[in-house]
Design a protein around this ligand. Structure first.
Ligand code: SAH
Length: 460
């Protein structure tokens, strides 16, 4: 298509769709433009910033006519902050967008014609839902400390203490930390020169128990004025754990490997349903406890256990899904690559008195094939909950060889989900149910759970 616009042109377009990163999509004389901070139905004056052969990017200059799906973001810095991409969009419209995102991936990437979609599970109150927050610490231009969140696609810190999707207690924690840093001249980390001490403030909150953890990530071995630090943080209601995390690497990875306890335990406890989980600073734990309960209930419902089944839970983290399933299965085996998480999983089994769960450290794509080859292990149900990159093909091949009656796939990336489902469903599996769950309200991310059943001819 011939380019009809050039850089810096001002054009008026109507936003007709939303892209996978939350940008509005509109057309000017047939040429597609992506525009951040717009909603479907907006008529907008935009400035062209970048043009490619088939599409370009533009910046919103003025809303000529507001879409009926547009709402006033609750957070005053929603547009600058990189955390929420959709706060300006009506929540029901957000849910529709996410459901479509999953459906589109399954159609376009997965090649599925009919998608057995169940309605997306949304939140009743989609604010203050996150149990984990990571605030980068830096310096403002005026030399004062900046604590907040990175602006979209940059490492510029948008200064704030009030995140509308984070736990409310964060406001007290960040207010105190700001005063502490200024008063005792704690040097914020400067990632360009790899100098300074305090890199990030990590908070975790047990929504059911009210327990609070603060972990300071530092480029050093210790922090000055510990007594004052502990005394101040201790006064925050629910404080249970104060610790340091050492990260001296020049890296974008937030956490280092070493935890130094300062006060209290090095974990907090929270519940999903009736199961208690111990959570340490390094462990993966789903960030939205209300929606996680719904997600795990769906997974349990899809697994449809009656107490006789052997279940493998791959990518099990601290054993969250495994222990949830163990309530209804004969035996659950969990596999996870991070040794510390497996330690936590074993502790979690023990504090809940669960004896029918066993855990293995290693890559799922290595442990499962090896155990299948050497021990001829069996599964009625296999659950997978991989990171965004999805499952390794060797794991999918082992699933095909093991022929479990059911495969439950929990996914945080519909594109890799669709790729993996295609692989399994071109062979011996059938897609039976798909349900998206809004774990990350106001962001473009979407979680989904799907059920596949064995439909090959070979009897097990
Ligand atoms: N099911 C858990 C964790 C899901 S997150 C929950 O709901 O809480 C994905 C997990 O997969 C993380 O804990 C990560 O450490 C782990 N992981 C990443 N790559 C892996 C691999 N190749 N094999 C096994 N586990 C892996």
């Amino acid at each position: 298509m011939e380019k009809v616009v050039n850089k810096n042109d001002l054009v008026e377009i109507t936003i007709e769709d939303i892209g996978s990163n939350g940008e509005g999509i509109g057309k000017y004389q047939g040429y597609t433009l992506f525009v951040k901070d717009t909603a479907v139905g907006d008529r907008a004056l935009v400035k062209v910033m970048k043009t490619g052969k088939t599409y370009g990017f533009a910046r919103l200059m003025k809303l000529v006519k507001e879409s009926k799906y547009r709402v006033e973001p609750r957070c005053p810095i929603a547009a600058q902050c990189g955390g929420c991409q959709l706060q300006h969009m009506d929540y029901n419209k957000q849910l529709e967008y996410k459901e479509n995102k999953v459906r589109n991936c399954l159609t376009r990437i997965g090649g599925f014609k009919e998608i057995p979609m169940e309605p997306i599970s949304g939140m009743e109150e989609p604010f203050y839902y996150r149990n984990k927050s990571q605030f980068p610490v830096g310096k403002r231009k005026d030399g004062k400390v900046a604590i907040g969140f990175y602006a979209s696609r940059t490492h510029f810190i948008v200064d704030t203490e009030h995140c509308y999707i984070g736990a409310k207690v964060n406001v007290n924690i960040i207010k105190f930390m700001r005063t502490f840093i200024e008063q005792y001249h704690i040097e914020p980390y400067d990632e360009v020169n790899h100098q300074g001490l305090l890199r990030h403030i990590l908070t975790r909150v047990g929504f059911r128990t009210g327990e609070v953890m603060v972990c300071l990530i530092i480029n050093g071995d210790d922090i000055p004025h510990k007594e004052e630090l502990i005394k101040g943080l201790q006064e925050i209601p629910g404080m249970k754990s104060i610790c340091l995390n050492i990260n001296k690497e020049k890296t974008n990875v937030i956490l280092g490997e070493t935890i130094v306890p300062l006060w209290g335990e090095t974990y907090i406890t929270d519940y999903i349903g009736d199961i208690a989980y111990r959570i340490s600073p390094l462990s993966f734990y789903q960030v939205n406890p209300i929606q996680t309960k719904k997600l795990y209930d769906i997974a349990l419902d899809y697994a449809d256990l009656n107490g006789d089944e052997v279940v493998w839970d791959l990518y099990c983290g601290i054993g969250t899904i495994s222990l949830f399933l163990a309530q209804k299965a004969k035996m659950v085996y969990g596999v996870e690559i991070i040794p510390q998480a497996i330690e936590d999983a074993k502790t979690n089994a023990s504090i809940n008195g669960i004896t029918n769960a066993e855990f293995f450290v290693g890559a799922a794509e290595e442990v499962l094939p090896q155990k299948y080859k050497e021990e001829n292990i069996y599964a009625d149900v296999i659950v997978v909950d991989p990171p965004r990159k999805g499952c390794d093909q060797s794991l999918l091949d082992t699933i095909l060889a093991m022929k479990p009656k059911k495969v439950v796939y929990v996914s945080c990336d519909p594109a890799t989900l669709a790729r993996d489902l295609k692989y399994l469903c071109e062979k011996d599996y059938e897609l039976v149910k798909v349900r998206a769950v809004d774990q990350f309200s106001h962001s473009v991310h979407v979680e989904s759970t799907i059920l596949m059943t064995y439909c090959g001819s070979e009897e097990k």
